[in-house]
Each structure stands twice: as C-alpha cells, then as structure tokens.
Design a protein around this ligand. Sequence first.
Ligand code: 5GP
Ligand code: MG
Length: 184
Amino acid sequence: MQEDLDRVLFEEDAIRVRLDALAAEITAFYSNRELTVLALLNGSLIFAADLLRRVPLPLRIDCLRVSSYHGGTESSGVVTFEEQTLPDLRGRHVLVLDDILDTGRTLHAVLERLSEVGAPLSAEACVLLSKRRPRAAHCEPRFVGFEMEDEFVVGYGLDYRERYRNLPYIGVLKPQIYCGSGPG
Ligand code: 5GP
Ligand code: MG
C-alpha cells in the first residue's frame, strides 16, 4: 500500500469483479442501441477505460473537463466547465461517467446542461463510487459501482492535487497529508 494512505478501501480484484457486473448491467440496459459516453475528466479516465472495454455495444466516447474541487478535499460548490462546447448529442443515448458522487453538484450541473443544450434522446449517469451523505444537488445515477462512507479517497483515477491517480486500487488518504493545506 502507498505510504500516504490510511487503508485500502477497494482492492484491484474487487474493482475488476464489480466492473464486470456494472458493464453487464449497462450492456443489458441499452440492449443493442448505440451509446454515447461522456466521460468527465480527469477523474473518470481510468474507470472509463476499464469499464468501456467490457461493454460490447456500438459506442462513441466523448470527454468533458469539469472541476469542483480546485485542488482541495471538499467541493468548492462551484462547478467549472473548462471546455465550453459540448459534443453534438442530439438524438443520442448519453451515459455520463464520473469517478465519484459526493455533493452531487457536478453530475447535476452536467446533466442539466446536457438537457438544456445537448438535447439527447436520453441521459443517464454512472459513477464508480457514491458517498453515503446528503446531496447538495439532486442527482440519481442509474449505475453505481460501490457505495462508501464520506471519506476522502484517492487512486484509480482519483487524485489529491493531481497525485495518486495511477494507484491501481482505491484508498483513504491519511488526513495529515491534506490537513493544514487549504484548497488550491
Ligand atoms: P460533487 O460535485 O458530487 O461534490 O463532487 C464530484 C467530484 O468531486 C468528483 O468528480 C471528484 O472529482 C471530486 N471528489 C469528490 N469526492 C472525492 C474524493 O473522496 N476523492 C477525490 N479524489 N475526489 C473527490
Ligand atoms: Mg472528478
């Protein structure tokens, strides 16, 4: 285990097993329809790569860079769309992928924007992790990998100040790593 971690929450093997099931759920849900995946960068990068290779549907992959943490360990409450143009999603079944659902603001903002300007045929969300906590914005992802307690985790795409994304497992970061360091 990486020394900055308190403990591992989801081992590589557990993630692999869960991704098999999640991919099967998604494949069954869309049956043979063409799917457009909108992966939220950077956090969902590794999740998307591993999940989508298990989904044998005709699909397109698009990415959107959004951020709400701005380098800290708590949502700033402001969701920034760094790339303002959405891909053309008219008439498409869209599945938004994110690494983790926390306050719900990110997914809520993305889904709202999608329905306003993207005009997709359908829009659903899939998150690898969902924190058990009250949401600040309403958001019900149809597909969830794992439920977890409200702790700050890194690894498997999730970062703290852009570090730890390449860990193959997901773990709780030691509080002393981020205590005393403000956002940014
Ligand atoms: P929300 O908008 O739901 O509050 O937050 C979602 C975003 O915040 C995620 O896409 C992720 O980037 C970040 N986030 C929320 N919780 C965590 C966490 O425990 N660890 C890390 N590394 N990022 C998190
Ligand atoms: Mg993210």
